[in-house]
Design a protein around this ligand. Structure first.
Ligand code: KMH
Ligand code: ZN
Length: 271
């Protein structure tokens, strides 16, 4: 079986220090946390950044500063978010792609997101995909419900994207697909041939879905963007602690963990 790619999503746009006081916020804190996560087995960082007040921002400058700090000490693959926060406009969300990161997310449709709507109409997806292809940025197709896989296939049909694609199933968002095991099986069965995939289970679904992915040949995302707990009622000390647990479970199950360069090979990222 392929080696396991562990993605860490250390910050997100929604999580606050009230949710977990150990949330990294400044570029320095994020870079340090990413380095610790890489040492425990993470090979991709799904990156959001925050402004000086700790609010979500898609500022190119803040991304650039954070990425430069990460690159000083780490070989991890940088995957910038283009999801940003649900209230942000398309141009704002696209900014970090202008830095030509190795990867960026591409959400493949609109979904209710708690009390809000995370809006990704087809013209926006098309524009985001074109910008990524032009710049040699590998998209990770973010899938919040199964119909989004078909939206990604529509971009293939229009010859904007090419197979094979890499998907991330974000499962358990209120408004999107649930975090139950049967839904993951259905998602995997709906993928086009040759796809790679990872799963980001939200909250309490993070660990069971991650374990399924390890066994089923997929990949795993963990981190404070998706879940701030280590166990029911027990906050995680750090993102690195969540990464370390996945690497440990993978070891117990006989699946080796990929280094960043091995992950580049699996995802076809060598430029
Ligand atoms: N913050 C969510 C509204 C992504 O990063 O690409 C969207 C999100 C997806 O986090
Ligand atoms: Zn995100």
């Amino acid at each position: 079986m392929n080696k396991l790619i562990i993605t860490v999503a250390p910050v997100g746009a929604e999580t606050t220090r009230r949710d977990n006081p150990n949330l990294p916020l400044s570029p320095e804190e994020i870079a340090e946390e990413v380095f610790r996560c890489e040492k425990k087995g993470a090979s991709i960082v799904h990156l959001h950044v925050r402004d000086a007040d700790g609010n979500a921002t898609q500022s190119k400058d803040v991304f650039e500063e954070t990425i430069n700090l990460i690159k000083k000490q780490s070989n991890i693959i940088i995957q910038t978010s283009t999801g940003g926060a649900s209230w942000m406009k398309a141009e704002e969300r696209l900014q970090p792609v202008m830095l030509n990161p190795e990867m960026a997310t591409l959400t493949a449709g609109t979904v209710n997101f708690g009390e809000e709507v995370f809006s990704n109409p087809m013209p926006m997806m098309t524009e985001f995909a074109k910008q990524m292809v032009e710049r040699g940025v590998k998209p990770e197709i973010e899938v919040f419900e199964v119909g989004m896989i078909h939206n990604a296939l529509a971009l293939i049909k229009k010859e904007i994207l090419k197979l094979p694609l890499h998907f991330d199933f974000v499962m358990g968002v209120p408004g999107g697909i649930g975090g139950e095991p049967r839904h993951l099986v259905h998602m995997i069965e709906s993928l086009p041939p040759g796809s790679t995939w990872s799963v980001a289970g939200i909250g309490r679904s993070e660990l069971p879905l991650a374990t399924m992915a390890i066994v089923m040949g997929g990949h795993v995302r963990v981190g404070f963007e998706d879940n701030v707990y280590y166990a029911k009622g027990v906050l995680a000390d750090s993102n690195a602690q969540l990464v370390e647990r996945i690497a440990r479970i993978a070891g117990e199950l006989g699946r080796q963990v990929a280094t960043p360069d091995e992950a580049r090979g699996i995802l076809g990222l060598i430029r």
